[in-house]
Design a protein around this ligand. Structure first.
Ligand code: FAD
Length: 500
């Protein structure tokens, strides 16, 4: 039995703690905040409640596996609902598309909204994406990153390499398979699921819409944040100890290997194994003293483009919106202008800035648990945003910036047909700076490093550090961000540590 300290009770840390405790280790989980969940947060006031982070669960089987491995059933712990329709899209030219929640119904919906042939184009793309999924799921997503070995595993068959097309971008793949411009926009959007730019992200991200449509879009009744305490319960059931309001200051190394964690309050937790669920950049820049063995990881992290951040509005609304889908996306006329602004490229080279005419994502669950009465709505609104970077980019703490930008987003929504300005009871604004402060993610990047560039997946730190006994879990480590991948990172870490 090893003494394990898990730092950070985001879903990555929670999942690792549950799995390692179930394997028989003595697990202590330390979390700086007062509650667990990290980015998977919640805000409530006056009867209105909101998820402040994730609003969409994909690949729920990852969490079914976690519950199975820790002696429970996911469905007994949370009320999972498969969404149908999955999402409503509104394009700048007025076209509306409602995507059904079942893959076999998608082509007909595309034909109806976009014209005959759109469904067939999308189906051909999804067939290619299904092949990519089959090739990459086990050897990449479910396996520790091992540099050249991983590449060799992936490149074993030339046909597989051709299907993955590592040289091709997601945008390039869309151009090849999709003639309809709205389908291309739709595909581009999936790059943002990993905080990336479709013009630089690899074609293999087509597996994201494939997984979403093949395995469904899901909601947790009462709010997705319920997943955090549910996973915590699995850890506690196996004897793990949770310490909230407890900040780790240093990962201790002695005799060349991990020795424990130094806490901000001066306490020390000796450990044989430390699992870091904090942002990998923050780990290597502060928690872990510079060590020649981590030089390469630090170099790779510096080389990678950080993922985008998000500007969030929580809107407490009086009245109801007829015909509104659970998820709605309002696209702008010029999608590329958004990526240029967020990443500081093209016409915004070197000068990232808030997006003037952003894509707006609205999550408006029809869930009585989130509203004070039947004549109210609680909307989570998310806009892609550049990270908080007062030195080289946007200083989101600049007085007036956040409130002014919130007004702008509401105006954009009104222009695109969702005018809620006169129904607003109150609003809460959350900037990338707030996200950085709340969760310790550097600059408020949502997904660690982005997938921009064909080598991006290999610049992300692996789950086993070069410092023996130190492991990395969560969205900034392999295999990446988002709830399903974070769950997979915990599975990989548990496999690397092994049973007690
Ligand atoms: C606005 C938004 C929308 C999103 N939408 C979706 C979505 O719809 N679907 C989806 O799948 N994913 C979504 N994501 C991404 C998803 O939330 C993350 O990938 C995932 O929750 C990350 O989990 P994590 O455990 O890696 O990190 P985090 O949740 O960031 O957890 C890190 C934890 O470590 C703690 N910590 C940091 N430093 C210390 C320290 N020194 N000592 C102790 N504790 C520390 C933090 O307080 C935090 O609790 C979204 C994220 C955001 C922000």
């Amino acid at each position: 039995m090893a003494r394990v300290v898990v730092v950070g009770a985001g879903l990555g840390g929670l999942s690792a703690a549950a799995r390692l405790a179930a394997l028989g280790h003595a697990v202590t989980l330390v979390e700086q905040a007062a509650t667990v969940g990290g980015k998977l947060g919640r805000f409530a006031r006056d009867g209105h409640a909101f998820d402040t982070g994730p609003s969409l669960v994909t690949l729920p089987q990852v969490y079914r596996d976690l519950f199975a491995a820790t002696g429970g059933r996911l469905e007994d712990a949370v009320d999972l609902v498969r969404l149908d329709p999955a999402v409503g899209y509104r394009f700048a030219d007025g076209t509306r598309l409602t995507v059904p929640g079942r893959a076999d119904a998608v082509p007909a919906a595309l034909d109806e909204a976009l014209g005959p042939g759109a469904g067939a184009q999308w189906t051909a793309l999804m067939e290619r994406a299904a092949a990519m999924w089959r090739i990459s799921e086990q050897p990449f997503l479910r396996t520790p990153l091992a540099g050249a070995t991983t590449l060799a595993r992936l490149a074993r068959r030339p046909a597989d390499v051709a299907a993955i097309a590592p040289w091709q971008t997601l945008r390039g793949l869309g151009r090849r398979h999709l003639a309809h411009p709205h389908l291309r926009t739709l595909l581009d959007r999936y790059a943002t699921y990993s905080g990336s730019d479709p013009r630089r992200a690899p074609a293999v991200l087509a597996t994201v819409p494939y997984a979403e449509q093949a395995f469904g879009s899901w909601y947790v009744r009462g709010g997705l944040h319920r997943l955090g305490p549910a996973v915590l319960d699995r850890a506690l059931a196996h004897g793990a100890v949770l310490r909230t309001g407890c900040t780790a200051r240093r990962v201790l190394v002695a005799g060349g290997r991990v020795a424990g964690v130094q806490l901000a309050d001066g306490g020390r937790l000796p450990a044989d194994v430390v699992v870091s669920g904090v942002d990998a950049t923050a780990l290597h820049a502060g928690l872990l003293a510079p060590d020649p063995r981590t030089r390469r990881v630090r170099r790779d992290l510096a080389r990678a483009t950080p993922s985008l951040s998000g500007f969030v509005l929580l809107l407490a609304l009086r009245g109801r919106t007829p015909g509104l889908d659970h998820h709605t996306v309002l696209f702008p006329e010029d999608y590329d202008a958004e990526f240029d602004a967020v990443f500081g490229t093209g016409r915004h080279a070197g000068r990232p800035c808030p997006v003037t005419d952003p894509t707006v994502y609205v999550s408006a669950p029809d869930d009585p648990a989130l509203v004070p009465d039947g004549d109210s709505e609680s909307w989570f609104v998310l806009v892609n945003a550049p990270r908080h970077d007062p030195v080289h980019g946007v200083d989101w703490d600049t007085p007036g910036l956040a409130e002014g930008y919130a007004d702008r987003v509401l105006d954009v929504m009104a222009r695109r047909g969702l005018d809620v300005r006169d129904r607003l009871r109150w609003r809460v604004v959350r900037t990338p700076a707030d996200l950085a402060r709340g969760t310790g993610s550097v600059g408020g990047s949502i997904y660690g490093s982005s997938s921009n560039g064909s080598r991006a997946a290999f610049l992300r730190p692996g789950n086993a550090s070069r410092v023996p006994g130190l492991f990395l879990v969560g969205g900034s480590a392999h295999p990446g961000g988002g709830l399903p991948l974070v769950g997979l990172s915990a599975e990989i870490v548990a496999g690397l540590v092994g049973p007690a």
